[in-house]
Structure formats: C-alpha cells, structure tokens
Design a protein around this ligand. Structure first.
Ligand code: SAH
Length: 393
C-alpha cells in the first residue's frame, strides 16, 4: 500500500519530521483502510518512510519508521522497550511512582500516550493509526511492564479531527477502582483516572512542583489554576505560611481537600476558592491583596498557532495582574502548556506584562516538562511546556 508525494514535499521527511499533510500528497492507493500502514514514496517513487494513514485528518500520515522494516508486534515491542529504558536511565522512579511511559511522536509512537500510575497504565489513543494498533500495543505493554491493568482514556477532542469517537473503559485487567493513590517526592495524591484531566494527573509538572516546594518556606502563596492541589500540597509540606488555591472545578477542589488530609499538611494554613482566576486576580488587585509567591499554571490557551494572538492576551493579562499582586522579592512561577506559543514568545509576553505592571523582575530559572516527556529533536512540537521562575524587584 502506498502514498506518493508531490514533487519537493519529501523535504520534511528527509529531516525526519513524522507528519505528512494532505496537501503534500499526489496519490493514494484506493483500498487503504483508516490506520493501516502505508509506504510514503517520493514523486520519483523512492521509499521515504512507513507510516499510518489517517484518511480524514489534515495530518494524513504519521511516520512509524524511516527504515524499510516491517511494522508489526515486534517492531512496537522494540519501541516500547526503548521508551521503558529511557525512563530507567533518567531515574524518574527515584522520586515518583507515576510518570509518562510513552510520549507519542517523541517516543516514535504517534497517537499513543501511556501514563503509568503505580500498578495501573492509562492509555490514550488519538489517531486512526493508534486505534488500528491499540489491542496489540496493550498486549505488548502488559508483557513488557508486567502491569496487568490498563484503563483507556481516549476521550480527547483531537480524535474528532480523525473522525473517531471517544472511547473510555477497562482495556486490560479487571481493576475498576476509579481512584488510586500515587507518591511523588514523598507526598501522596489521589488520582481519578476515569474523570480527571488528561489521564488523571499533570505528570509533566512533577519536578516543577518540587521546585515550588523549595521556595515556599514562610511565604504567602497564591496557587492559580490549582487543579487537585499539586503545587499547593508541595508548598504546604515545605513550610508555606499560607496557601490560597483557586480553580473553577469543584471536583478538582474536592480532590485537593482529600490530598491535604492524606498528607497531614497543616490544613489551617490552606484556603481554596472555586472561581475564575481572571476575575479573582482583579478583585485581589482592587482589594490591595499581596503575596510572596504566585503560581500561574493555566490550561492550554493556544492549542495551535492559530490561537496564539488571543492566547497571548490572556497570558499577558494574568501575568500582569500577578506581578502587581507580588510583594517586593516575591517569586512568580508562570507556565504555558500551549503548543501554539513557543518559549521565546512566552518570555516576551511575560516581559511585556512586567513592563505594563511597572515592575522590575528577573528570570532565575527556565522550566519545562519532565524527562519522562522527552522531545524528539526532529519533532520540536513535543516541547510544549514552558515555565519561568521570576523574582520581582
Ligand atoms: N497546576 C496543576 C494543573 C493545572 S491544570 C497541577 O500541577 O496539577 C489547569 C486548571 O485550570 C484545571 O484544573 C482547570 O479546572 C482550571 N481552570 C481552567 N480555566 C480556569 C479559570 N478561568 N479559572 C480558574 N480555573 C480554571
């Protein structure tokens, strides 16, 4: 089965970028079913790569391999073994028992995200190609990790672009316990893998939560977009004077309360507010409230570059308000997980927020996603999480 590219459109593949857009294709064999494996050929008929076929998505093909090798169970076993080795090499298990095992394109497995929560794997399949191989991958995951339970959370919006319906439920094993408990940096968190965001927890921020803890002692902390309290618990456990957590989700805040109780951190130093961060920051500004440390970890305002302009305004808005609310010497942990905003643009936005707030600040650290979320050098889109630690004054 083959796809022939327009003249000149093989360039991205020669740079080992794994996507082929519909506009790059001149002809497709008639009988290819969604998700099937195809050969990508140059206009001169030269083999370039072997890929999965997505008949509906603008990203029409995603590369499994640039070699002329078979794509079968053993091929995926090798990919999964390499991914497991990488996590071992980076010693991620030294500080957490929950981490990302497969990070899609960056692990050579487009469409597959697999997160390990202790003795449970949560699998997310986002493309026709990953749906095609899902059962085989589930078998290999059980064989290679020894973990018997896999829960599926293929309920992300991007599936619509592939013409796929959401699928959730038990994929392997029998465990139907909706809640499990993980430990990161000796702190415990209850995770709801069935209904929580992403696969249940923001694993990408693990090391950054620990970093927040290191700055928290004796500080009044405002944690915006707190979800189930990751940053809040780390701050409380490390001697914060007070922590105020804000999120619009009542379910997330209910789990946060459970997590406070689980860790026996001083609950009397913690307050949570269910509300909109944009409105609340304005209210705090009008009330002349101030903090020693502010965390801004908003949801993805710009999934793609098309949303960048509107998203930039939203990032600037919250960062400007945060700079105003910070005391002299206060620390801002500010993040963007938007694929449509790169690190340079994010830094520019934060700089212009400080300028308009009339404050001086310096960056003392650049942060990113953890090593369990690797970035393929040929797929820079994989580097989605940007963070800056800024000190005011
Ligand atoms: N820092 C968290 C993850 C934050 S995810 C952690 O480490 O676990 C972003 C959160 O922002 C989600 O919990 C979502 O419910 C919340 N949210 C989205 N829009 C919001 C808004 N306008 N105001 C308050 N919370 C919002």
């Amino acid at each position: 089965m083959k796809i022939i590219l327009n003249p000149g459109r093989e360039k991205s593949l020669l740079r080992r970028h794994p996507w082929i857009f519909a506009s790059a294709i001149i002809s497709v064999d008639m009988e290819i079913v969604p998700g099937a494996t195809v050969d990508l050929l140059s206009s001169e008929g030269k083999f370039l790569a072997r890929a999965s076929y997505s008949p509906i998505s603008q990203i029409r093909a995603r590369v499994w391999t640039f070699e002329d090798e078979s794509v079968d169970k053993d091929f995926f076993r090798r990919k999964i073994q390499t991914a497991i080795e990488l996590r071992k090499m980076s010693r991620v298990e030294n500080h957490t028992n929950a981490y990302r095992l497969l990070h899609a394109e960056s692990d050579g497995m487009p469409g597959f995200v697999v997160d390990q929560y202790k003795d449970m794997l949560v699998l997310q399949s986002t493309t026709a190609g990953s749906d095609f191989w899902k059962e085989i991958i589930a078998d290999v995951l059980v064989e290679e990790t020894g973990i018997q339970n896999i829960y599926e959370r293929s309920d992300v919006d991007v599936r619509e672009l592939e013409g796929l319906k959401p699928i959730t439920g038990v994929l392997r094993g029998t465990s139907t316990d909706p809640q499990l408990q993980i430990t990161e940096y000796n702190l415990k968190f209850n995770v709801d893998i069935q209904h929580g965001h992403k696969t249940g927890f923001y694993l990408d921020q693990c090391a950054n939560r620990q970093r927040v803890g290191e700055f928290a002692k004796d500080r009044d902390v405002l944690n915006c977009f707190c979800y189930t309290g990751g940053f809040s618990i780390h701050a409380l456990a490390n001697g914060a004077k007070s922590v105020l957590s804000v999120d619009s989700s009542a379910d997330a805040l209910a789990l946060l309360e459970e997590n406070i109780a689980l860790n026996r951190v001083p609950a009397d130093r913690h307050t949570s507010i269910e509300g909109d961060v944009f409105q609340l920051l304005r209210k705090f500004r009008d009330e002349n409230r101030s903090f020693d440390m502010i965390i801004l970890d908003p949801p993805k305002f710009a999934p793609t570059a098309a949303h960048a302009e509107k998203a930039s305004r939203a990032y600037k808005d919250i960062n400007l308000l945060a700079f105003k609310l910070l005391r002299h010497g206060g620390v801002l942990f500010t993040y963007s997980c938007s694929g449509g905003i790169d690190a340079a643009l994010f830094q520019k936005i934060v700089a212009s927020a400080a300028l308009d707030a009339g404050v001086d600040a310096r960056i003392i650290q650049h942060l990113s996603q953890g090593s369990d979320h690797p970035v393929s050098l040929h797929f820079p889109e994989g580097a989605y999480l940007k963070g800056l630690v800024c000190v005011k004054g």
